[in-house]
Design a protein around this ligand. Structure first.
Ligand SMILES: [Zn+2]
Length: 327
């Protein structure tokens, strides 16, 4: 069992099959940098959680990695019911494919669901990793008490999930909530999307590492945002300045989001949010300065309910919530 974590899945698992119910569900959260995968049982107890670096040179390599992670999680007595997968970039959940995912660096349409369903012989559900995280907040987190909220993920990519009246808003082309490509400083660096000074170009994990390296020079530079945050914790002045800037841009982004949709709560997840206090204390300061007068001050801004596990819990919930319709 992982930290005694138990999901509320009663509505989805049907009749229990006694104490030795062999059924298991698997969720995978595929990030641009890391994969998290978890197995849970019919009671919603997460039995196992693994993390490894994403192998994504080609779609085939990633599909092979997904197969090996699932096999690694399965015990001989397990009866796999379904698999849920969150993927970065643009995903069509109905067609079961992904298209133009910037953070995976693949071209065009890549079939995900079909080859995996054939391999595992059980239903496989895919969605954008942002949507799976929202499913986690919706069913196991903020959604239990609030009907209007946003979930902002800050990791290799940056995006916002929007929940209105208890429902995930997807937009006309599954593209709603591209908060990472809202411009927060038009004089700042280029973004992968072709614009300048997008939020993602300034506060994503790679952007934080880059900002630090631009200040200290490549020779004493660092490879990851994690290292910048740990340097900031030790009082490194350059790292602290980067954390302050990150908090400022994030506050501006949250302000723009809140001004547009008037949420009750905004939760912040993704790999960068794992930095914890060092980030959130600076964010709190920055919000005092950058939250506009038109934003209702009752909006509550806090870390995601399940931190960096939000994505994988959402993928598990994707598996739980859909398998009934699929059989
Ligand atoms: Zn952009």
């Amino acid at each position: 069992m992982v930290g005694n974590m138990k999901l509320d899945v009663q509505a989805f698992t049907g009749d229990r099959r006694g104490q030795d119910d062999p059924r298991v569900w698997i969720g995978l959260d595929i990030g641009g940098t890391k994969i998290a995968a978890a197995k849970a049982d019919a009671e919603g107890i997460i039995q196992q959680l693994v993390r490894e670096r994403t192998r994504k040179a080609t779609p085939e390599e990633l599909l092979g990695q997904i197969v090996s992670v699932v096999e690694q999680l399965l015990a001989p007595a397990d009866e796999l019911v379904s698999v849920g997968i969150g993927l970065p970039g643009q995903v069509d959940p109905e067609a079961g494919h992904t298209f133009s995912p910037y953070n995976l660096g693949w071209p065009n349409v890549v079939q995900i669901r079909k080859p995996l369903q054939e391999r595992f012989g059980v239903p496989v559900f895919i969605d954008n990793d942002l949507n799976t995280a929202i499913i986690a907040e919706l069913t196991q987190g903020v959604g239990r008490t609030n009907k209007n909220f946003c979930y902002v993920t800050v990791g290799t990519g940056v995006a916002a999930g929007l929940v209105f009246d208890g429902k995930l808003f997807r937009g006309a082309h599954h593209l709603a909530g591209e908060l990472g490509h809202v411009v927060v400083d038009p004089t700042a660096r280029d973004c992968v999307c072709g614009a300048k000074g997008c939020l993602e170009a300034l506060v994503s994990g790679p952007a934080i590492a880059r900002s630090y390296n631009e200040v200290v020079g490549m020779e004493s530079g660092v490879a990851t945002a994690e290292k910048v945050f740990s340097a900031a914790r030790q009082g490194d002045a350059a790292a602290l300045a980067v954390v302050r800037d990150t908090a400022k841009y994030l506050a501006i982004g949250i302000n723009n989001l809140a001004a547009l949709v008037d949420p009750e709560v905004v939760t912040i997840g993704g790999g960068v949010s794992d930095a914890g206090d060092i980030l959130f204390s600076h964010l709190e300061e920055a919000l005092k300065r950058w939250l506009s007068g038109v934003v209702d001050k009752r909006v509550e801004i806090r870390p995601a309910t399940y931190g960096s596990k939000t994505g994988v819990i959402g993928s598990l919930m994707l598996a739980y919530a859909n398998h009934l319709q699929a059989v």
